[in-house]
Design a binder for this molecule. Structure first.
Ligand SMILES: [Zn+2]
Ligand SMILES: [Zn+2]
Length: 165
């Protein structure tokens, strides 16, 4: 079924023709670590293509989020899945694991990273094993500073754009 201008996002698939509800692939569940992707073609066909090797019995999982959203931290992906047309809390393997989008470079070796667990603890350094919390400042403080600096840069660049316009 192909519709135009009808909000079918929860079970619909964006194709080049409009939004489709496909009998089989509309049932594919979401994962923030998908093993398949949807490939719409000009003919209106939407192919479901594996992005990793699948064994018999593996669940085929796609991402309901955009590629850009998949690069965001767990909390931001969860927010999108809650407030989008889907309205669920994702419990995929990636959301249950340390947040790979919020790594903090190790202060001792400089090559490994610490990542936050869903329960708020941080992993040991992936390279040298330094325990989290041995640094002088908490990662949350460093992350807050980084967000503040990014916000200031964004504000300054917008001011500059308005000033030069
Ligand atoms: Zn997830
Ligand atoms: Zn280290």
């Amino acid at each position: 079924m192909i519709t135009k201008g009808v909000p079918l996002r929860a079970n619909g698939l964006q194709s080049l023709q409009g939004t489709s509800v496909c009998d089989l692939i509309s049932r594919a569940n979401h994962s923030c670590r998908p093993n398949a992707t949807l490939c719409p073609e000009e003919s209106g066909i939407i192919r479901l293509v594996a992005s990793t090797s699948l064994k018999p019995g593996d669940e085929v999982l796609i991402s309901y989020l955009s590629g850009e959203d998949l690069l965001r931290p767990t909390w931001a992906r969860q927010r999108e899945l809650q407030r989008g047309p889907w309205g669920f809390t994702c419990a995929c393997t990636r959301c249950a694991a340390p947040d790979d989008a919020r790594g903090m470079r190790c202060a001792r070796c400089g090559s490994g990273c610490h990542f936050p667990h869903p329960d708020g603890r941080w992993t040991n350094c992936t390279a040298c094993g330094l325990a989290a919390g041995e640094g002088a400042r908490s990662f949350e403080e460093v992350e807050d500073d980084w967000h503040q600096a990014a916000w200031l840069c964004l504000t300054a660049s917008e001011s500059f754009r308005n000033w030069t316009a």
